[in-house]
Write a protein that binds this ligand. Structure first.
Ligand code: THU
Length: 129
């Protein structure tokens, strides 16, 4: 997991954050041992900005990654306090990764572990349609 967390920290170096100055990196570990990353990308039309977690997962899906092959996700920030994914990202994470996926929330100083399921209790999914 150390390599995954390091990859998430490296990913925020590519964040495009001229408005918030708040870089976030995300990385997922696949069953073949490979790692895919994403960073947040902002826009002058603020609402068009995209979080690191969703960029990472959309990157994975677009590359043909299937849900069961995702084994873990790390989300990193250079701040001293760890970042916690926004509600929109939690909804996307719930749909695109297994519910038991461990999520590592990593700051400059420490890392906290939660499960995907715990991040969004009573989440909306395809069975609710
Ligand atoms: N952000 C993320 O990329 N992930 C999170 O988990 C929280 C927030 C981004 C969105 C925006 O670019 C900046 O951080 C400040 O909200």
């Amino acid at each position: 997991m150390k390599a995954l967390i390091q990859a998430a920290h490296k990913a925020y170096e590519c964040a495009y954050v001229p408005y918030s100055q708040f870089p976030v990196g995300a990385a997922i570990l696949l069953e073949d041992g490979s790692i895919l990353t994403g960073a947040n990308v902002e826009n002058a039309s603020y609402g068009l900005s995209m979080c690191a977690e969703r960029n990472c997962l959309f990157h994975a899906v677009s590359a043909g990654v299937e849900k069961p092959s995702i084994k873990a996700m790390a989300i990193a920030t250079p701040q001293s306090h760890r970042v916690s994914p926004c509600g929109a990202c939690r909804q996307v994470m719930r749909e695109l990764m297994p519910l038991d996926t461990p999520i590592y929330l990593s700051s400059k100083e420490s890392t906290e572990t939660v499960t995907n399921d715990a991040l969004l209790p009573l989440g909306f999914d395809k069975d609710d349609l």
